[in-house]
Write a protein that binds this ligand. Structure first.
Ligand SMILES: [Zn+2]
Length: 74
């Protein structure tokens, strides 16, 4: 199953209201798809077994390293 590293972006490049909060140890989202997305900085798994559609356009703040991750647009 494909695994992707998300893209780190500056916090001021995205609207605060669109940022999902991740809690260390628990993926933000799990599903029935086949793609896993990891923090681009610390490799924590943020989205597990989601479909490409589910991850498209998401912005999430890593609960471990607190960096802002965006959809890598692969
Ligand atoms: Zn991280």
């Amino acid at each position: 199953m494909p695994q992707f590293d998300m893209k780190i972006v500056p916090a001021d490049a995205v609207a605060a209201s669109s940022i999902l909060e991740h809690t260390a140890g628990t993926p933000v989202k799990t599903g029935e798809g086949n793609e896993t997305y990891r923090c681009g900085a610390c490799k924590t798994k943020l989205f597990v077994n989601v479909s490409h559609h589910d991850a498209h356009g998401l912005v999430v703040k890593c609960g471990k390293c607190h960096k802002i991750n965006a959809d890598p647009h692969h």
